[in-house]
Design a protein around this ligand. Structure first.
Ligand code: HEC
Ligand SMILES: [Cu+2]
Length: 324
């Protein structure tokens, strides 16, 4: 019976390992995390096959005959068996905790040379702030150079969110009032998705951002472009801000955004003045567009954006509204 259990467990473990169930592993930290995952999963599969095998066998072998009304025969336990089924799980659980502890220390070690990006979560958007040569750059996209460790310092403005890029495996909560951090070393160039994995409100499912891993040269070009945009003034800055802060929810042809979480601004903006636009941004619940829910659009743009940024955004939207 034990042999059958182990054979079935072994076969299932092969199915688990040979089929690619997990997303590709595209950061240095992903390898050790996957090894812990499979270590635990294979132990679980073999133990499950064994326990299920014994249970099914016992149900079949020791079942009562239909006319058997007797009490079962008294049983006094089996000390040897009890020692085994206590000692084996204890050893396995200890092995799991030691192994995952070792991996945790390994992947959380902050290397001496690393870049820092501040990650801010709010209902329902991510923003990423870089401090490069004295200039502060904020972007709605997380761009990183390949093969370089980066420390992401996470915080939240309103409720608890959680940062996760499945292909990097690393995941941690972003909590209001404190700073948490993870270190990640992306190992593959490409586009990935940052997802929020902590149910954080009505728009939780839309709380996604793009993570772009670039070559060293590509990353430097990106930084230069961001610095240029940050130095722009007026409606040009407003256009950039719109793409970063609003484009994940609103469609606007001029900005090339197509999201449908909020109203299509090409339809609602024409004819609207600066006061209305400003009020809609700072105080979105003052008037709810028919067909949409309150409390989806973040209510704190008045604090998140500087007065100058707000002005340039309103100027830009007014310009777009006037064009049509
Ligand atoms: C998380 C999604 C989300 C984000 C981000 C967001 N909005 Fe909204 N927005 C909505 C929703 C939903 C509504 C409709 C409900 C309401 O009126 O509050 C709305 C309403 C509006 C309206 C009113 C439209 C009308 O019918 O009059 C304007 C204007 C607007 N948003 C502009 C912006 C601007 C500018 C930004 C960026 C600073 C932004 N929004 C960011 C979801 C969002
Ligand atoms: Cu969230």
């Amino acid at each position: 019976m034990v042999l059958v259990g182990v054979a079935v467990g072994g076969a299932l473990a092969l199915v688990a390992v040979l089929i690619p169930w997990l997303p590709s592993a595209d950061a240095e930290e992903a390898g050790p995390v996957d090894q812990v995952y499979w270590f635990v999963t294979i132990i679980c599969i073999v133990i499950f096959a064994l326990v299920a095998g014994v249970s099914v066998y016992a149900v079949w072998k020791f079942r009562a005959a239909p006319d058997d009304e007797d009490d079962g025969s008294p049983i006094h336990g089996h000390t040897g068996l009890e020692v085994v089924w206590t000692a084996v799980p204890a050893a396995l659980v200890t092995a799991i905790s030691i192994y995952s502890g070792v991996v945790l220390v390994q992947i959380e070690r902050i290397p001496p040379e690393h870049r820092v990006v501040e990650v801010t979560a709010q209902q329902f958007a991510w923003s990423f702030t870089y401090e490069e040569n004295g200039t502060q750059i904020t972007s709605g996209t997380l761009a990183l150079p390949v093969d370089q460790p980066v420390e992401l310092k996470l915080t939240a403005r309103d409720v608890i969110h959680s940062f996760w890029v499945p292909e990097w495996r690393m995941k941690k909560d972003a909590v209001p009032g404190i700073e948490t951090d993870i270190v990640v070393t992306p190992s593959k160039v490409g586009n990935f998705t940052v997802v929020c994995t902590e149910l954080c409100g009505l728009g939780h499912a839309t709380m996604r951002a793009q993570a772009v891993v670039l070559t060293q040269q590509g990353f430097e070009d990106w930084l230069r472009e961001q610095r240029r945009l940050a130095e722009q003034a007026g409606s040009a800055q407003g256009a950039t801000l719109f793409t970063q802060q609003c484009g994940t929810c609103h469609a606007l042809a001029d900005a090339g955004t197509t999201a449908e979480v909020g109203p299509n601004l090409d339809n609602v903006l024409p004819g609207k003045g600066a006061d209305f636009i400003q009020e809609s941004i700072v105080n979105p619940n003052a008037e709810i567009t028919p067909g949409f829910q309150p409390d989806v659009m973040p209510g704190n743009f008045g604090e998140v954006l500087s007065q100058q940024q707000l002005d340039s955004l309103v100027e830009y939207l007014q310009e777009v509204a006037g064009q049509r």
